[in-house]
Design a protein around this ligand. Sequence first.
Ligand SMILES: [Zn+2]
Ligand SMILES: [Zn+2]
Length: 284
Amino acid sequence: MEEVFNSFFGGGFGFGGARRQDPNAPQRGDDLRLDIEIEFEEAVFGLTKEIKIDHLETCSSCGGTGAKNGSKPETCRNCGGSGRIQQTTRTVLGHFTQIVTCPACHGKGTVINNPCPDCKGAGRKETEKKLEVKIPAGVDNGSKMRLSHEGDAGTNGGISGDLYIVIHVKPSKYYQRDDINVFTKLEVTPAQAALGDSIKIRTLDGESTVNIPAGIQHGGTIKIKGAGIPHIAKPSLRGDHIVVISIKIPERLSNEEKILYKKLYDLQSEKKDSVKERLKGVFK
Ligand SMILES: [Zn+2]
Ligand SMILES: [Zn+2]
């Protein structure tokens, strides 16, 4: 019999062990998350963006009490204001008395007989709000910003939750980003690579001229210092713009180009032959 009793108590009361929080205690509002998408260049230089969010705001008509303007929440008659009632259950082992949360007031001890028509007694209502958000220069894809107390309003005088903004940066067709540096590809002809050239290119700050040194190789790089992305914590510090050279071999040649390439070919073959001849002399 003792065992039966123990297991009854174990099963019957065990899971209800955690103490319920006081329903009248101040409760912090929920945190909210908003995802926004911005352009690549906007992430580089930052921007001020107007956003709209739906959140729970303390009802202005009732000041959060939930009672119709002029009235007040009244003491619950079911529990006499304690928020709890005694409940007696009859079992095969006899009568058991338990203290349970009052179902009429859900433990608050007060009831609203005259609910506020604006929030239907909830004390908070879903409202759209507009915010101006300053997105700093240098944000990256996945960067998070926290706006304190811009989330849902609290209850019973609790503080509001926070609003988290998650930034999604659209990829650029032109720039590749690596931390605070940007990379771009620049196609040049074999002649430009061999002889060197000055070419106008697009940079984050506008048009700029890059000097390609004679003899640059395919995959070679030219660094434009300080033309990259501002460091988010230290905007005066900027990364670099790195131009990666891609030598494009012409797929079709004009007749004149063909003649010139042939000339170049013969010239370079002669050079090779003379080197071979000289080497033969050395190793004889
Ligand atoms: Zn009650
Ligand atoms: Zn209200």
